[in-house]
Ligand binder design. Structure first.
Ligand code: PLP
Length: 382
């Protein structure tokens, strides 16, 4: 059997490697506290579970790509409440199956053939999915480094005019995974202006927009002109609903129309009972405040021990992640392995691309009790 060379060339998804390392540690009898994967272990609020159960039908047909009107309306209400954005629920929003598949698939919808409009700009260190999606779509990823000295913001001036002519998509992700950095509205304004000048799509992945600890971060949804702009958001982190698979894309009506036309091919849309639960989730902010408080408590515990042990937290103050400098120039994999020997799982920065070397990512997903246990271990190890 001949596999697609693109698929063979992708290599193992980084977090599958982490799972393998964890499995080997467990086989050696280690008890693990897992700060690796960014999969919230907060319980999904009960009213959301109930909304799902209440919506379970006796017969359940195929959900349609445009989604339920009530979900699109709930998303539009949320965009207005949260960002003052006016999104037309008929033309400017579409539900997605979580946001990962839609982020992965965008390069199949936007862009040209090899040699023209075949460049997808991603930021590094970063969530690997936009880059891998670009590769599978036959596009050429171009990584813009996010440097600590630039507050983990990309330098668009590093891209030459010749290259801009070939760019199909620029991906931004703020609050940023893995650095925790946030972006000012001016970054979106500049990027959107470039998108219209050079006729590419600005895609803003805002999966962590609700996990902030000082002030609410800006969103591309606050742009006065959304032409050539699309925003992805999700209930996964905001409402601790990763397993439900429910997100949305919103923005330029022409892009949303293209997604409406494209998405029935793969049939990726949340089940209707999940869509009903999602209406309940988007309409409530109280549980989101509680979720932020829960992450804030864990964050304080970890920040405190890292500071006392002289370990520098290099990243920003949003998301569920701490972006931590490895001590004494140790490589990110070596430091992660050393912590794993003591039962603490973190992600090596190199998993997020070369620019992530020298850091590890700590996902604040274990329970508060587990975090307390981890603090005691770190007091000894660091
Ligand atoms: C930056 C970023 N974007 C998008 C996602 C996708 O989340 P989901 O598919 O659960 O909506 C994740 C998940 O970890 C992420 O880290």
């Amino acid at each position: 059997m001949r596999l697609s060379p693109v698929v063979s060339g992708l290599g193992t998804y980084p977090f599958v490697r982490l799972d393998d390392a964890k499995r080997r540690a467990l086989e050696r009898g280690l008890e693990l506290i897992d700060f690796g994967l960014g999969d919230p272990r907060e319980p999904t609020p009960e009213f959301i579970q109930r909304a799902l159960a209440d919506a379970l039908p006796r017969t359940s047909g195929y959900p349609r790509a445009p989604g339920l009107p009530e979900l699109r309306q709930a998303v539009a209400r949320w965009c207005r409440r949260r960002f003052g954005a006016s999104i037309d629920p008929e033309r400017e929003v579409i539900p997605t199956y979580g946001s990962k598949e839609a982020i992965f698939g965008l390069a199949q919808v936007v862009g040209g053939s090899a040699g023209e409009r075949d460049v997808v700009v991603v930021t590094q260190p970063g969530y690997p999915v936009p880059e891998r999606g670009a590769l599978v779509a036959g596009a050429r990823p171009l990584a813009l480094p996010l440097r600590e000295d630039d507050a983990f913001l990309p330098d668009f001036d590093a891209i030459a005019d010749d290259t801009w002519r070939r760019v199909a998509i620029v991906w931004l992700n703020y609050p940023n995974n893995p650095t925790g950095a946030t972006a000012p509205l001016e970054l979106y304004e500049r990027a959107a202006e470039l998108a219209r000048t050079h006729d590419f799509v600005l895609a803003s992945d805002e999966a962590y927009s609700e996990l902030w600890f000082d002030e609410p971060p800006a969103s591309a949804l606050q742009l006065a002109d959304m032409t050539n702009v699309i925003v992805f958001n999700t209930l996964s982190k905001r409402s601790s609903m990763t397993g439900y698979r429910s997100g949305f894309a919103a923005g330029d009506a022409a892009l949303i129309a293209a997604l409406r036309a494209f998405r029935p091919n793969a049939g990726t849309v949340p089940q209707e009972f999940v869509q009903h639960a999602s209406v309940a989730a988007w309409d409530d902010e109280e549980h989101v405040e509680r979720t932020r408080e829960s992450y804030a408590r864990k964050r304080e515990l970890l920040l405190d021990v890292l500071m006392r042990r002289g370990i520098r937290v290099a990243g920003g103050s949003a998301t569920m992640y701490l972006w931590v400098e490895t001590p004494g120039g140790e490589s990110s994999e070596a430091f992660a392995e050393r912590l794993l020997e003591h039962g603490i799982v973190v992600s090596p920065g190199s998993y997020f691309g070369e620019a992530g070397e020298g850091y590890v990512r700590v996902a604040l997903v274990p329970t508060l009790d587990e975090c307390r246990r981890a603090v005691a271990i770190l007091e000894d190890v660091l």
